[in-house]
Design a protein around this ligand. Sequence first.
Ligand SMILES: Cc1cc2nc3c(=O)[nH]c(=O)nc-3n(C[C@H](O)[C@H](O)[C@H](O)COP(=O)(O)OP(=O)(O)OC[C@H]3O[C@@H](n4cnc5c(N)ncnc54)[C@H](O)[C@@H]3O)c2cc1C
Length: 413
Amino acid sequence: MRAAMLPLFSALLRKSIAHLWARRQVVVHHMAVMADTLWTMCHIPYGQVWVKSAMNVGMEQIVHDSFIYDVAVIGAGPAGVQAAVSAWHQGRRVLVLDAGAVSQRKGRAYWAKSVPIEDAPGFGPITGPKLRQHLHHLLTSRASEDLEAPRIALVGGYVLQLGRDGELFRISASLAPLKAGAVQAMGTFWARRAVVASGFEDGWPDVEVEEGKPRMLERHRAAFRYAGNQNGWHLCIRCDGHLHRGGHFVLLGVGDSIYEASLGAQDFTDQITILTNGRPHGFTAGQLAQLTARDVHIDSRPIARHIGAGTLLRGLAFADGDQIHADGFLVDEGLTPNSDYLADFLLRRNGDGLLLTGEDGQLLRVDGGAEPGLYAAGDIVAGQRKLIATAMASGQDAGLEASDSLRRWHEVL
Ligand SMILES: Cc1cc2nc3c(=O)[nH]c(=O)nc-3n(C[C@H](O)[C@H](O)[C@H](O)COP(=O)(O)OP(=O)(O)OC[C@H]3O[C@@H](n4cnc5c(N)ncnc54)[C@H](O)[C@@H]3O)c2cc1C
């Protein structure tokens, strides 16, 4: 009997959902999903009642979140977590969407795989993956069963698009890993304010694992293996320079950013070599004079491959057969901001593509005005120091500014 009722129930459900969609009161998505996406869906915490109903209707995914959050935060790294907690603390209902559960984008701090982070506020020496766990606990411990109460909902979602829908922000996110770029399960969420805290991805060294294996994945496999380990590739001289005090530090990159890394490296050692991997170094005459005066050696030969074992990077082999061995290796090959989902907005950016904010943390448009209700924090903001404490401080600012802007009345001047 119950089985016979299922098609009828399903038809009624679809009809009412279509009706609500037309009235823009409910978000509805129909997605065909494979069974293996359900695991990801189960990660989505309280408030997303639709998760269970999605499982009941078999292969057809219906995502339904009618809730209008006060503040949506995109990214659950140090900046996003602090923004969320600060807004929650002022009584707001906060949604946090984080790509880490459904993609390899787990945030920069995560890459400190075995190197303890020693200067993160509120934490002792802690590896990146453990820090991420603690940050997520800060969010999940603020969940609540009461929809009207201040609360934080953490959702594993890769935000694909942020747009405006009248007074609200509309956020579309992939809730399962993208397969060959295709969305497997989609969710749409609404919020009155949004905080962008999705950071950036570091560029990896253009060095092959083995000569003659040019494919992207092969080429980058070793970089991933060595990244964030005590004797692997470092990405931040301020974070990891102390590990190689008095040792030989090799810096890979060209131009201003690697020059600045060499300025930072001098706090720890006098033995610095810059490798350009076959490219012109790109230094100004002044920079070159400084480097020469400090005995910084510049080697422009192309690099053929890594020399290492396990997660231990021992050296690099040049294309001409020579090798260089060192105590520490740092790469700065630029960055890519995690901001594709902001394509609907014409925002001001610096030369690296990082976003500019005004004094109140709102993002600035190319026309110079502020984008109302849209805030940003952390590494994705131009001019930040790109460290955890700075990211948390700017997260707090953005979270509080977003929250304050929701007050019913404001100070009269
Ligand atoms: C190897 C390494 C070691 C470091 N060590 C130190 C240290 O010792 N001390 C220190 O202070 N700093 C350190 N840093 C720097 C520090 O990690 C960053 O400054 C800090 O993590 C920036 O925080 P954030 O929240 O702005 O960005 P991130 O930490 O990068 O977090 C961004 C978040 O956004 C999410 N995201 C990205 N795209 C999307 C999307 N489309 N939709 C939804 N979510 C998205 C990601 O999943 C991630 O959770 C280190 C960095 C690296 C790489």
